[in-house]
Design a protein around this ligand. Sequence first.
Ligand code: SF4
Length: 357
Amino acid sequence: MKEKLLGMTLGELKSAAQACGLKPFVGAQLADWLYAKRVGSWDRMANISKAARQALAQRYDLGVSAPVGTAVSSDGTKKYLFKVSARTPDRTGAHPDIPDAGVDGERFVESVMIPDDDRFTLCVSSQAGCRMGCKFCMTGRNGFHGQLDAADILNQFLSIDEAASLTNTVFMGMGEPLDNYDAVARVIEVLTAPWGFAWSPKRITVSTIGVLPTLKKFLDGQRCHLAVSLHNPFPEERLEMMPVQKAWDIRDVIGLIREYDFSGQRRVSFEYTMFAGFNDDKRHADALIRLLRGLECRVNLIRFHKIPDFPYDCASDQAMAAFRDRLNNHQILCTIRASRGEDILAACGMLAGQHAD
Ligand code: SF4
């Protein structure tokens, strides 16, 4: 298989050009076409000679491919389906409590574009499936099917109709971004570099359920926002829904986050999906207040979207409002997040990467 140019840094693109007997500035031209102009076809790279394009194409793929499916919600949210070249990962250093359930076959991932006035946010996938196994999540239910490389992730930005209009991104699609940290860090480099998309890190939010070793790497190495999927302040109850709790305790995750400064441009938020009778009462609100006390943060309450064979329902509107008010009354900024794209199975926890005709 040919190496992909998409996802390479400026230095790597220059080396790739030189490997084809071309001048390094051709690498800078490639960065300009791929990242600044978001052009994913050799034919449109007008200032690179035909002979140079042919030499490059013999050795490299651009790594750009069109989505294989789309669905549009009544609220304007749009879901894209991509075929990807996911690989089963190296298990070196993997935590024994996090299983590997790789299966062979074609891999598909979904991205969700969420329009909101003049804001266009892309929710991207970082893995084909997920091995974290959260019980309330369709992606987790379907198991793990391999890692995406940086090209597979960046292609989700480049190959959608709204590529030129995107203003923000959240790594909240399929997969646990910090379980594929090297590829995600490379994508963030391309998104924020002056030779890349030249985005401010403030436009990027990375979500995690708390993969402690790579969370530290992320906090040390990146300046973009962090969202942590918390869902229950009691460790033993959280473990019922989230096997990751056994590997990395949420109390240790929050302890680590407390070592960093979130009073400036970088923000941390906690995602809290609300299930009726499981995590939606005063006892949970008070425990959450104690857990987060003194931390500069926001809590987002999320409506649970029912999935098959899962015993819980979404908490009632009244329970969600009471929970929100209790947190706000204790100086923890809390909002109920609007649900988007539910009718096309694009809302939180509903992505399954299924290939529909
Ligand atoms: Fe994976 Fe996130 Fe789903 Fe958990 S909620 S299984 S981490 S995709």
